[in-house]
Every structure is written in structure tokens, then in C-alpha cells.
Design a binder for this molecule. Structure first.
Ligand SMILES: [Zn+2]
Length: 292
């Protein structure tokens, strides 16, 4: 995205290093993400928008689609693989080849709307994967859990009013992208949190608000917009979660998935910008997902 941009390639390197250093890597299966196919993207995005992203891809240098969101010559391929990863992971989980999957992808996706790139996002990876589960695998109810510090406005834009999808989210408010609080659709469980919120209050919200909604909905599969920028050390925002909070919320998601979804979870990386905190948090999340 250009020099000094927080959404940088080192994020995935840091995660990979930490997985190796922790010794978890030997217990995991690794898969390369395929490029998303056009029909997978078109279940979520307008054709004119998908064409616009393709046509904007530069041969040299950097092109901005919005003030925060830039493309280099490699961005289109990365964005296509990010979206492809979620569909591929969904296939692995639905075929029973794995119980759950984490997609270490960038660019992230949850700010990308049906026809708009924003907030470092081009294609809404979690939405593409959720629609894949609904349309290709014939599921009738999927949940999307978003614990990134920013509101997943793109996911809301795509799924608001769709009774097959329940989205539960928390986000710092008021804060970028400055929405999610005014008259959300009935299938949007948006919980704004004030700056300074710590793990104890976050857990209470999950316990009191998210979990009853998820159990009432009885999802057949759970997708996670796994952003780690609500971490105490992440200076992108001002919430105070730590690794044990990510372990706890992952455990709760697993519990619901065990009750209603045959354990099926696909989690996709969203934000998280301080490399050390990001890598530790992702490793914790994966450790719980993998029962290690
Ligand atoms: Zn974020």
C-alpha cells in the first residue's frame, strides 16, 4: 500500500515467524490460497466494481482507490487470493477435511462494500466465503462474528436484511468508519464500545449479547472476521484486549459451533497492526481453534 502504511506485508511474516517459534506449525496443515473466481466475487460485489478494481491495477507505482486504500502491481493478485482463501477454506471444512481453518490473508476485507473499496479493503473476503457456503454448499444459516476494533461496515452493507446471515460485532465508537449504530437491520448485532474498554467488559458483552443471539440463530457454520487491532498494544485504536481475551472469545465461538454447526469455523484475518501483538494474538487464536 506504499511505504510506512500499517497494512504491510510484514504482518504475515510476523504471524508465520511466531507460529514457527511457538512450535504450533508442526501440528497445522498449510494450504496455498487460490485466486478467487469471478462468480465467487459476483455473489457479493457489483460487476462494475470488480471490473473497476481490475482496471485500476497499476503496472508500476501506486494507485489510490481511497485515501487509505492503495494498489501496487501485486495488490490485485493478493486481493484475489484473500477472497479465494475463504472459499477454499470453506470447501475444506464442508468436505470434512479439516474441522476449522484460519486464513492468514491480506489485504483485509470487512470494510469493502458491495461497490466500494475502503479502509485497506478491496473484496469482502468474509462475505465472499459466507455466500460461497450459502450458495455452493446449500447452507441456510451462517453467522459472521467480527471482533476487529473497527466496524465491519462492508459486511453490514452486503448482508443487512439477509435472514440467512447473522452478524455479531463489537467496535470502538465513535471511531472509523463512523457507522453501525443507527438503525441497524434486525440481522445485525452491532455493539459499539467506548475507547478504553478492556477485556472484562468485552467478555460481558459477548456473554450477554452475542452468545444468546448466536444460539437463537443456530448457525450451520461460523465465519470470523478476526481483526486483532483491539489489542491493548495496537496504537491504531484504543481498546484494551489481550491474548487471553482472544483465547476466551475463540473458545466461546468454538462452543457455539460445536452445539449448532458441527464445529465448522472459517476465520479470516482482518486488522492488527503492531506486529508483535498481532503475531501473539493470532497464534493464541489458532492454538484454541486447533485444540492445542
Ligand atoms: Zn480494524
Amino acid at each position: 500500500m506504499g511505504a510506512h502504511h500499517p497494512e504491510c506485508p510484514d504482518r504475515l511474516g510476523a504471524i508465520s515467524d511466531r507460529l514457527i517459534a511457538s512450535g504450533l506449525d508442526v501440528y497445522l496443515q498449510f494450504h496455498d490460497a487460490p485466486l478467487a473466481e469471478m462468480d465467487q466475487l459476483l455473489r457479493v460485489h457489483a460487476r462494475s466494481y470488480v471490473d473497476h478494481v481490475h482496471e485500476s491495477s497499476p503496472a508500476h507505482g501506486i494507485v489510490h482507490l481511497d485515501p487509505d486504500t492503495a494498489m501496487s502491481p501485486g495488490t490485485l493478485q493478493a486481493a484475489l487470493r484473500s477472497a479465494g482463501a475463504g472459499c477454499y477454506a470453506t470447501d475444506l471444512v464442508m468436505r470434512g477435511q479439516v474441522q476449522n481453518a484460519f486464513c492468514a490473508v491480506r489485504p483485509p476485507g470487512h470494510h469493502a462494500e458491495r461497490a466500494k473499496a475502503m479502509g485497506f479493503c478491496f473484496f469482502n473476503n468474509v462475505a465472499v466465503a459466507a455466500r460461497h457456503a450459502l450458495e455452493v454448499w446449500g447452507l441456510s444459516r451462517v453467522a459472521i462474528v467480527d471482533f476487529d476494533v473497527h466496524h465491519g461496515n462492508g459486511t453490514e452493507d452486503i448482508f443487512a436484511g439477509d435472514p440467512r446471515v447473522l452478524m455479531t460485532g463489537i467496535f470502538q465508537h465513535p471511531f472509523y468508519p463512523y457507522c453501525g449504530t443507527e438503525n441497524p437491520a434486525a440481522n445485525m448485532c452491532n455493539v459499539p464500545l467506548p475507547a478504553g474498554t478492556r477485556g472484562e467488559e468485552f467478555r460481558q458483552v459477548v456473554y450477554d449479547i452475542w452468545l444468546p443471539r448466536l444460539r437463537e440463530f443456530r448457525p450451520e457454520m461460523i465465519f470470523v472476521s478476526a481483526g486483532f487491532d483491539a489489542h491493548y498494544e495496537d496504537d491504531m485504536a484504543s481498546l484494551g484486549l489481550v491474548e487471553s481475551d482472544y483465547a476466551w472469545v475463540t473458545e466461546q465461538i468454538k462452543q457455539v459451533a460445536g452445539e449448532f454447526s458441527k464445529g465448522r469455523i472459517v476465520s479470516l484475518l482482518e486488522g492488527g497492526y503492531v506486529l508483535s501483538a498481532l503475531a501473539r494474538s493470532v497464534t493464541t487464536h489458532i492454538k484454541v481453534l486447533a485444540d492445542l
